[in-house]
Design a protein around this ligand. Structure first.
Ligand SMILES: [Zn+2]
Length: 493
């Protein structure tokens, strides 16, 4: 167990080295976010405006998120491939809505070495175009369908205002691109992926999401229908955490993806595309974090447990071997453990450091703990500390990690529910939006005018229309006309 002096150093602001200098959320949430990103060494700014360096700790989180999604894609029959970074200008211009939607954000390559290119190359803002032209070559018959391909890649969208992970000019993501024989199969795929996204976000990231359909004005450029998962951040703003698009035959017609059907007739394929990105890391930070920094759900924590040996007496002969033994027993059960035996830092510094970096469990072990055959275990989410017996410790720690994972989801869900208000009138809508941030559920007639007016009046955008909304026979909160479904509104990132 740590002595009194060391325990004092756990208090926020007491640690040396500036590790706890994080702006409180209540003071400035946006600054808090940037402080956490940099202090926890998730990412840093670079010489390229709007482009971040993802540091090893941040990248390790991304790798775990990638694995979680990738495993699910493969389990549902998808395979990975890789397509080029560049798109010839003439190809990008083929799908009219798509090009109009993306043109303001496209970066271009116009020179190769000293030579002007005959045709400028766009750097992919997304890959429907380049993948569509490949599918046009690869798909000939109904026997070639479905094509279920995913790509892990970087994309570039020229952004004016950027924020690490949430909106950057270059970012990492996955983009699934599938082609199907029938409209029904494409729709089934679109919704299957949306459900997969929801399940993965909630199970792995402990981030509760609302799944539903986007309005016409918020849908993907060139899609027939767009669906999204929307999460609520700690400041009450919504974050679009993933999208799944039913592209109908729009891209198949633009790029000539045709096949001979079972009836021998040549027809266009039905395609989908869907993606999640490094934005999810921003979502995790803002869903779970507190004034002491990051709080990571165990399933995506690079270190689920950090062991801090207390250096007292001949600790290297007594405490350290026991700490190593504990580390090995945890690793044997698949737990990601870091034994922080650096003698360049005090235990108090380490406590504050790993707390700020969001490690779910911290284990403290000193000579007194050895005498009692116990260790002190501190939880990051509740900041509570318990003595746990060494006997049977590893399985008990695994159970505790599961408990934390579940508690974080529950806490985030309770927060989301507390910050979700169903309103009956437009005055109530406006008052709620001005008062407390969060989701507002309201009837909506389906008109883009009402949607635009609501946005102009309140800054709230229509996030999505969840499946099976309750108020199916209600009226539009803006114009009073019949509302076929309820929509969820929020100010969003
Ligand atoms: Zn209306």
């Amino acid at each position: 167990m740590a002595d009194k002096a060391e325990q004092k150093q756990q208090n926020p602001g007491a640690a040396k080295g500036g590790v706890t200098e994080i702006t409180p959320q209540s003071e400035n949430f946006s600054q808090w976010y940037l402080d956490v990103v940099r202090r926890a060494e998730l990412a840093d700014y670079t010489e390229v405006k709007g482009c971040m360096a993802i540091r090893p700790y941040g990248y390790a989180i991304w790798e775990l998120i990638q694995q979680a999604f990738d495993k699910r894609f493969k389990a549902t029959g998808h395979v990975n491939a890789y397509f080029p970074l560049f798109i010839p200008a003439s190809l990008l211009n083929k799908e009219k809505e798509h090009v109009e939607g993306f043109t303001p954000q496209v970066a271009w390559v116009t020179k190769g070495g000293d030579e002007e290119l005959a045709e400028p190359l766009a750097i992919r803002p997304t890959s429907e175009v380049i993948i569509g032209t490949c599918y046009a070559k690869w798909i000939k018959s109904w026997r070639d369908l479905p094509v279920l391909i995913n790509q892990w890649a970087n994309v570039v969208r020229w952004e004016k205002v950027t924020r690490p992970f949430l909106r950057t000019t270059e970012f990492l993501w996955q983009e699934g691109h599938t082609a199907h024989e029938t409209a029904e199969e494409a729709q089934e795929e679109t919704l299957k992926i949306l459900a997969l996204y929801k399940e993965c976000a909630e199970t792995e990231l402990a981030m509760p999401v609302v799944d539903g359909q986007k309005s016409e004005s918020e849908k993907f450029a060139g899609a027939s229908r767009t669906y999204s998962i929307e999460a609520l951040m700690g400041d009450g703003r919504a974050l679009q955490a993933g999208t799944s698009h039913n592209l109908g035959q729009n891209f198949a017609k633009a790029f000539g993806i045709q096949f001979q059907g079972r009836d021998k007739a040549v027809q266009h394929a039905w395609t989908t595309s869907w993606g999640v990105s490094t934005r999810l890391i921003g979502g995790v930070i803002m869903t779970h974090g507190d004034d002491n920094g990051l709080i990571l759900p165990p399933r995506i924590a690079p270190y689920q447990v950090v062991i801090v040996p207390i250096p007292r007496g001949n600790w290297q002969e007594t405490v350290l071997p026991k700490a190593k033994e504990l580390q090995a027993s945890l690793q044997a059960l698949g737990v990601r453990v870091f034994l922080d035996d650096r003698d360049s830092q005090t235990p108090g510094w380490k406590f504050a450091e790993w707390e700020m970096r969001g490690v779910p469990l911290r284990m403290e072990i000193g000579p007194k703990d050895l005498e009692k055959s116990a260790v002190m275990v501190a939880r990051r989410d509740t900041r509570t500390k318990d003595s746990m017996p060494m006997d049977g410790l590893a399985p008990a720690i695994v159970a505790k990690l599961d408990e934390i994972q579940a508690a974080l989801l529950q806490r985030a869900r309770a927060f989301r529910d507390e910050h979700t208000t169903r309103v009956g009138s437009y005055d109530e809508f406006k008052a709620t939006m001005e008062g407390r941030p969060g989701f507002v559920i309201a009837g909506w007639c389906g008109s883009a005018d009402c949607e635009a007016q609501i946005k102009a009046d309140t800054q709230a955008t229509l996030r999505n229309i969840p499946f099976g909304g309750a108020n199916v026979t209600g009226t539009c909160v803006k114009c009073g006309k019949p509302s076929p479904a309820e929509a969820w509104f929020a100010k969003a990132y």
